[in-house]
Design a protein around this ligand. Structure first.
Ligand SMILES: Nc1ncnc2c1ncn2[C@@H]1O[C@H](COP(=O)(O)OP(=O)(O)OP(=O)(O)O)[C@@H](O)[C@H]1O
Ligand SMILES: O=P(O)(O)OC[C@H]1O[C@H](OP(=O)(O)OP(=O)(O)O)[C@H](O)[C@@H]1O
Length: 304
């Protein structure tokens, strides 16, 4: 069924990467924020069932310009993509999302005599990030006083950047690195970092529909709650009062721990938020201090 343009009237348009590394995580954020939708026949525009929102599924690389020009109101994409499309002055980064984390790095063959970005300056660099790589090497070329014909030659490719050196097309590349598996498999190693990036929630600086501002704030708060719920767990334990000060040092909480007296004299129950990635170490430390009945709970959602 085709979508009528009128169905979108008055709705907040929210751009989501239609495929690639950020897609799945964005869908789970929408679910966590209770933005319900049905996407029939892989349509790229669909309306939310429970909010005045329409979701627009776009390539991650197009989202900054759609948001920057005010064609959509809100979007999720990579910080790197915003800079690469030169849209940083036309979008507001509302929230860092904590996924899609990787680095844009200068890489050369492990066997190469090139050891620094300065060594690579003036040679051939292949990348999908021609703007960011261009700015990075321009600055080095200028610093080294390279003449026009000596300057670094940046060439764009759309993908499989890591193959460029072994094909003899480049002396180095600029590409994203997360685990480093792609880089190592291609016999490359990193010699410099251009940028650290992660997924971000962005909104347009062009407010076409002022009535949507409060909805943008609501979505931002909900998504921020989903992210915090993934980052934190609740830790609950019992401890005798004489050991409480030591235990609180280990679990100070975001603001302060909740401490409740137990029926047993001199004992208290403590409830506190801790970072999920630190929870095992914190449980070890609490056991050493003398805490008992240490429980850890996942959070479904939160507002903190
Ligand atoms: N290995 C990775 N780890 C974490 N985040 C990544 C990784 N690769 C890319 N990203 C992030 O996801 C964004 C989109 O990259 P992705 O490769 O999914 O692009 P895409 O638009 O789907 O293009 P295509 O699938 O056509 O290559 C990147 O700009 C970056 O912010
Ligand atoms: O350090 P790693 O964990 O190996 O990740 C890095 C790789 O991930 C991205 O590509 P992706 O796999 O998304 O495919 P693409 O080359 O089609 O963009 C990026 O372009 C690297 O090739």
């Amino acid at each position: 069924m085709a979508m009528n343009a009128e169905i979108l009237d008055g709705r907040l348009l929210f751009a989501i990467p239609k495929k690639g590394r950020l897609h799945e995580k964005c869908l789970s954020l929408l679910a966590g924020a209770d933005i319900q939708f049905r996407r029939p026949n892989r349509l790229d525009v669909c309306v939310s069932l429970n909010h005045p929102i329409a979701l627009v599924f776009l390539p991650a690389s197009d989202i900054p310009s759609f948001v920057g020009k005010g064609n959509v109101d809100l979007g999720i994409t990579g910080h790197d993509v915003i800079l690469e499309s030169k849209m940083q002055d036309l979008v507001v980064e509302q929230l860092r999302l904590g996924f899609g984390k990787c680095s844009l790095q200068v890489q050369v063959p492990e066997s190469s005599s090139i050891k620094t970005a300065e060594d690579l300056a003036g040679k051939r660099v292949v990348t999908s990030f021609e703007v960011l790589a261009g700015q990075y090497f321009n600055e080095i070329d200028d610093r080294l006083n390279l003449k026009e014909e000596q300057k670094t030659k940046i060439e764009y490719v759309g993908g499989s950047v890591e193959a460029a050196c072994s094909l003899g097309l480049a002396d180095g590349i600029v590409d994203l690195v997360e685990s480093g598996d792609t880089m190592r498999a291609a016999g490359l190693h990193a010699i410099a970092t251009v940028l650290e990036t992660e997924a971000v929630l962005i909104r347009s600086t062009i407010i076409k529909h002022p009535h949507l501002t409060s909805l943008i704030d609501l979505i931002t708060r909900r998504i921020s709650g989903v992210i915090a719920a993934e980052k934190y767990v609740v830790c609950q334990y019992n401890i005798s009062r004489d050991k409480l000060a030591a235990a609180i040092k280990v679990t100070p909480g975001r603001r302060a721990p909740t401490i409740s007296p137990l029926e047993e004299e001199n004992w208290v129950g403590v409830s506190v938020m801790v970072e999920k990635k630190k929870s095992a170490t914190i449980m070890d430390d609490l056991t050493d201090i003398g805490a008992s009945d240490i429980l850890v709970f996942n959070l479904d959602n939160c507002r903190v």
